[in-house]
Write a protein that binds this ligand. Sequence first.
Ligand SMILES: [Zn+2]
Length: 156
Amino acid sequence: MEMLKTLFLPKQLNQDLLSMSQLHAPQEACGLLLGKRNSADAAVDQFIPLSNEASEVDRFRIDPRDYREIERRALVCQKEILGVFHSHPQGRSAPSTTDLRHARDSWGAGCSWVYVICGLEERDGEEIRSWQLRKGVFTPVLTGISGVSGEFLHGY
Ligand SMILES: [Zn+2]
């Protein structure tokens, strides 16, 4: 399993994720982050917003059919799904106990996916932070803001 040091996020995408989270409140916004990775770093270059299939307001769920279709298209473009984004309209940009439980149910002790979370209660540039599940615990991954351009894809 690859442990990341830094997840690079284009500046514009970072702002788009924040705006999208504000727009969806009080619902959680979610989507998938695509890009490329090497052993220590990953760079996001596409974000695909998805409809949140959860019925509760403080949950998010992605349709597995959406996931499979995006995975297929990512392979064609030689990209990979780096992780998942979701927002906490009334919370911090850290994983909730529900996030941890779901992540452990899905992945066990750890996974290569990055969880990028936007917490609308945060201030001072801490709104968007990244995490990786390691040994059953969410560990922070540095979120590097890059100057390169990224795509916010509506309707993949
Ligand atoms: Zn959450």
